[in-house]
Design a protein around this ligand. Sequence first.
Ligand code: SAM
Ligand code: SF4
Length: 329
Amino acid sequence: MLLDTFGRQAVDLRVSLTDRCNLRCTYCMPEEGLQWLAKPSLLTDEEIVRLVGIAVRDLGVREVRFTGGEPLLRPGLVGIVAACAELGPRPELSLTTNGIGLARTAAALKQAGLDRVNVSLDTLDEDTFHTLTRRRRHHDVLDGLAAAEAAGLSPVKLNAVLMRGVNDHEAADLLGWCIEHGYELRFIEQMPLDAQHGWDRSQMVTAEEILVLLRARYDLTPEPSAARGAAPAERWLVDGGPARVGVIASVTRPFCRACDRTRLTADGQVRNCLFATDETDLREALRSGAGDEEIGELWRKAMWGKKAGAGIDAPSFHQPDRPMSAIGG
Ligand code: SAM
Ligand code: SF4
């Protein structure tokens, strides 16, 4: 099992399939100039499946989420999903994506064994989408969402980041639109993980502010805390339910005490936290012929050293060198 000294067990593995992306969200990447991981350093499809296999068979991982960068840019994605769906015990398989290209691949991904998707969409307005992502691909995301729903990758969840003065006025509209379409919306507080280190705590739209914006239109009642488990989102019933909305308050109300995550980067590094400043190199071990047991032991050691919390709001907080797009969000 992947345990740490605070008694937590990691059962949820986030696998980054690439650090590249077809959008340039302002809270994630600079417009240009970001250094990509070198091709030879990237794990092959087979290497990824082998590591996921070790995690599932030997280390107690029960859920695997593919992310990035943009995971739909990985040519072997459908094959990776299919191979992971063959593993025993069969893990839950999901994908976090910006939705571009999902219209083409949703059915094949479902067929391969994908269970669910989270699609990121911050705005209902095409021009605001361009301001936020520096690309004109709003309609591709909407098509992708519809295809995911049609393919049965449900419940389709939507992730949204609010940026002050850009899309924060849309909070309640986004919720209304998601309720209408049967998508479950989760707002994520903006975190200091952008490649350009431009995060400014004073500019961040906090969970409290998000709730005020939503309550201007909807009645929100907290879901019983027992339902939350290790999920990072605190959830509210909207107008008595069954519709719900979540808020992931990583900065103002961190959920580190219940964290059950372990992370594998596209270049084969294990990270025990999004905000970890050190990593454990499994790629090198793989490529120098280490057996499953040895790799499992390295992974266990990496998790054992997990800190109590990320402490983003603490004065001593230090932003990791690797941006979110190269860790896997
Ligand atoms: N490209 C895919 C996508 O956008 O869904 C997957 C990777 S992306 C890094 C995963 C999630 O992280 C997205 O929902 C995105 O909005 C969120 N994200 C990116 N940078 C963030 C930041 N600085 N703070 C909070 N969330 C962020
Ligand atoms: Fe790409 Fe996702 Fe980062 Fe946006 S948040 S730039 S879609 S990796």
